[in-house]
Design a protein around this ligand. Sequence first.
Ligand code: GDP
Ligand code: MG
Length: 175
Amino acid sequence: MAGSKSKNIQAKLVVLGDMGTGKTSMVLRFVKGQFYDYQESTIGAAFFTQIVSINKATVKFDIWDTAGQERYHSLAPMYYRGAAAAIVVYDITTMASFQRAKKWIEELQKQGNPHLVTVLVANKADLNTKREVGIEEGKQYAKENGLQYFETSAKTAENIQELFYEIAKKVAQAA
Ligand code: GDP
Ligand code: MG
């Protein structure tokens, strides 16, 4: 449209959560459009880029995935430094991963960046029959902490595009 100029935004996005929750699978689903059933936790680059076009803006995500460092209770400050957004992932079939996600959110809050776009993600929604964490439980926690909430499946691709699109929108609004 005449007169309208689209913004190009570069945004660092960090992905946190317990090992095995599907962080790498989710990123690979988003970046490559595929699901790899026997993903090994140590395999794969820890860094990906992907562009999302939204209304009037193009957001280029630099995605930082953890390659095993998530077993430590906190990550190096450089991991969070300059991040525009964070995804905190848990696995709906493992209550412990939800408890751990809360710890990651506390750790993020300690970084003291009120502008960090933070999303709580309940992954493996396709395994609903083995669910240990209720939808309401996740939603309620997200609400109390001012976070966006998504139920996703890296396996079926449910809500994966929507998740990253929403983050791009929020990042663009903040830029
Ligand atoms: P990470 O350690 O958090 O990076 O987790 P991975 O991406 O390596 O995934 C751990 C395991 O969970 C792998 O066997 C994946 O295939 C599986 N997985 C990941 N996401 C999903 C999902 O949405 N649904 C199901 N059923 N399995 C998943
Ligand atoms: Mg991984």
